[in-house]
Design a protein around this ligand. Structure first.
Ligand code: PRX
Length: 663
């Protein structure tokens, strides 16, 4: 008999209750938290805030709500770096490992809470010595190395909000973000390692700093040892500054609503938004969800979130949540298809793609948190390498970033989880700061592909076009009550905050996602309903890519769609009309794709650029993206009757068939 396939294995409507074994040891195995929160939502969050967070001064007011502006735990004073470090050391857990860090080239560091506290305190003094004080914005552009959490926690220690820019973003994207936040300091590194090679960061950082006027100093961590340009007046080596820094740096007593960080995210316009997260509410919700959604057993677990700290997932579930809970985590610098150097034999294509499973086995990882796009990639690679590793330490699996298709869920469940680990499919956003909709592993019966229900203390509703609540069936996901880790606004633009999130449906936060509720009351997330694409779990705005396309000197007009892609969820397809005097060619197509990567970063490079004589428009001149998506996905065209000129689409389809699709 042949191996059963996923199709044999996956049965629609199959449900997965937590096993008896799991429930017997779970932190929470009943509905008590849901019931408590249902009865008294604010009382519930206040209890969590007092249990999970150490306050220098207690709060009296749990929530001040002046829709859409929230203040949580109002009079409370605290410091997040104290909560993530000092209090564990003071409780005698200083020798506990905070991070098992592994570099892509196989170098490792084991960092205890004692060591992390010492390094953070020293670096906080370094920041002060460069004139950074409470409220100053610090921009961070770094690879996945331990100095990145150190920099974040040092900022938090002195009350200087950080703004992390993912290392894959371009110089332009970095300088836009530096400018918008008026950042005074940039922390970067010479480079990092990815796919077996060093990549540069300092070069890009230099180009950005040259284009901005606010950055006074640049601190550079030496990671790869590659050559870098050096400006004696602004540039400083991290290791040199740290040599003489004192490790005595008492944490600032900050207000609950002091700004912790900005994180820029793409919306429906060309200008990314600086999402603001503050201190007390954010820490409460990320600590709560990290503990209960991953069923964290602090004495025995080795938790691993395989995201990049450049995204919100890494902020909340590599740094702040796990450290607040005193967890031991794994942090890995590189890609899953880059094995340790001793296993890199033959061509790159022949290298084993088992780095993740190698890490799970060596460190005895108990929770693995990754993205559906990664899971689909592992499915493509096949289970044979997975099977060669002992993954029996795993207890809970998590996914985040985009809807997970049932096939990928089942593959994860069977091949990684050994049919024993609950899967928590966690829906949330940069704006929500922490998990909002997800199973609780010891409580919820899961269904492959459904994120199930809102967590205790969070209230969501699906509404129809008119904004009426939908009890069963499809609609738009909204959040009806404020939650502790909610965004506090868009940096510098309160009007845009109201307009973007709170104006579509009165008195509700509109998340931008479609959702449906099934007959059992389970929530199924259906993806974005706005002009935001989700490529490998990363948000990219169609408008941003369109402006990068028309920025190319040969492009007159452009339209971008996210086409369904088996691996990355969506793939970017750009349709461009050339300016007069330009002839379509493969070289030009490639140049235009590359131009987007230069303007925005490699993650936004379109998979295909189709050079077209015209775009499908309505008689009023609106581009019909729906038809372009049909073309990109090779579908029969939907209704074309509103098109000004129907022949345009045939021409576009012919051109699309010719355009190569790149990785
Ligand atoms: O569309 C939803 C999708 O990712 C969007 C948020 O993107 P971002 O702010 O970059 O944060 C990603 C990591 C939290 C959401 O609007 N999304 C995220 N998680 C899920 C999801 N869609 C379905 N299921 C999920 N579990």
């Amino acid at each position: 008999m042949s191996e059963p396939t996923i199709e044999d294995y996956y049965v629609e409507d199959r449900t997965f209750p937590p096993s008896e074994t799991f429930r017997n040891n779970a932190l929470i195995a009943d509905r008590s938290l849901y019931e408590e929160a249902q009865e008294d939502r604010l009382g519930f969050w206040a209890r969590q805030a007092r249990e999970l967070v150490t306050w220098f001064e207690d709060f009296e007011t749990v929530l001040e709500w002046d829709l859409p502006f929230a203040k949580w735990f109002v009079e409370g004073k605290l410091n997040i770096s104290y909560n993530c470090l000092d209090r564990h050391v003071e409780a005698g857990r200083g020798d506990k490992i905070a991070f098992y860090w592994e570099g892509e080239p196989g170098d490792t560091r084991t960092i205890t809470y004692n060591e992390l506290l010492e390094e953070v305190s020293k670096f906080a003094n370094v920041l002060k010595s460069l004139g950074i004080t409470k409220g100053d914005r610090v921009c961070i552009y770094m690879p996945m190395i331990p100095e990145l959490p150190v920099a974040m926690l040092a900022c938090a220690r002195i009350g200087a909000p950080h703004s992390i820019v993912f290392g894959g973003f371009s110089a332009d994207s970095l300088s836009d973000r530096i400018d918008d936040a008026d950042a005074k300091l940039l922390i970067t590194s010479d480079g990092g390692y990815r796919r077996g090679e060093p990549f540069p960061l300092k070069d890009t950082a230099d180009a950005s700093v040259a284009a901005t006027s606010t950055v006074e100093n640049v601190i550079v961590v030496q990671r790869t040892g590659q050559n870098v340009e050096w400006d004696q007046t602004t540039d400083h080596w991290y290791h040199e500054l740290m040599e003489s820094a004192s490790s005595d740096c008492p944490p600032e007593h900050l207000n609950s609503e002091d700004l912790l960080y900005l994180l820029y995210t793409s919306g429906t316009t060309a200008k990314p938004k600086g999402i603001m997260h503050t201190t007390g509410g954010y820490l409460t919700q990320v600590a709560f969800t990290h503990k209960y959604i991953f069923d964290l057993q602090p004495d025995s677990d080795v938790y691993w979130c395989a995201a990049d700290i450049g995204w919100v997932t890494g902020h909340s579930y590599i740094v702040y949540g796990p450290l607040a809970n005193g967890a031991t985590s794994v942090m890995y610098e590189g890609t899953p298809d880059t094995p340790r150097p001793e296993f890199r034999t033959g061509d790159r294509a022949e290298w084993p793609k088992d780095r993740l499973w190698d890490i799970v086995q060596r460190y005895g990882v108990t929770q693995l948190y990754t993205a559906p796009t990664a899971i689909r990639t592992f499915m493509k690679w096949g289970a044979q390498e997975v099977e060669q590793h002992d993954l029996s330490s795993l207890r809970v699996l998590g996914t985040v970033g985009e809807p997970i298709n049932p096939e990928a869920w089942m593959w994860y469940h069977k091949n990684i989880g050994g049919e024993r680990c609950p899967i928590v499919d966690t829906w949330w956003q940069t704006e929500t700061g922490g998990h909002m909709i997800t199973p609780m592993p010891g409580v919820t019966t899961t269904k492959p592909g459904s994120a199930t229900h809102a967590i205790p203390g969070v209230v969501v509703e699906v509404v129809d076009d008119a904004g009426n609540k939908v009890e069963r069936g499809g609609g738009y996901l909204t959040i009806t009550e404020p939650w502790p880790s909610m965004l506090r606004g868009i940096w510098g633009d309160p009007e845009r905050y109201k307009e973007t999130y709170w104006s579509e449906y009165p008195d509700r936060y509109f998340a931008g996602d479609g959702a449906k509720i099934d007959d059992d009351g389970y929530l199924w997330l259906l993806g974005r309903v706005d002009d935001v694409m989700n490529v490998s779990g990363h948000r990219i705005s169609t408008t941003e890519v369109e402006s990068a396309l028309v920025d190319h000197s040969s492009v007159a007009e452009a339209a971008v769609v996210g086409a369904t892609d088996d691996t990355t969820g969506q793939a970017i397809v750009g349709y461009c009309i050339l300016r007069g005097g330009n002839e379509p060619s493969d070289e030009l197509r490639e140049e235009i794709r590359q131009h987007v990567a230069t303007k925005l970063g490699a993650i936004a490079r379109p998979k295909a650029v189709v050079l077209v004589p015209d775009l499908p428009k309505t008689r009023s001149g609106k581009i019909m993206r729906r038809l372009l998506r049909d073309v990109a996905e090779g579908r029969k065209l939907g209704d074309t009757t509103t098109l000004a000129d129907e022949s345009v689409v045939d021409e576009i389809r012919d051109r699309a068939a010719e355009a190569p699709q790149e990785d």
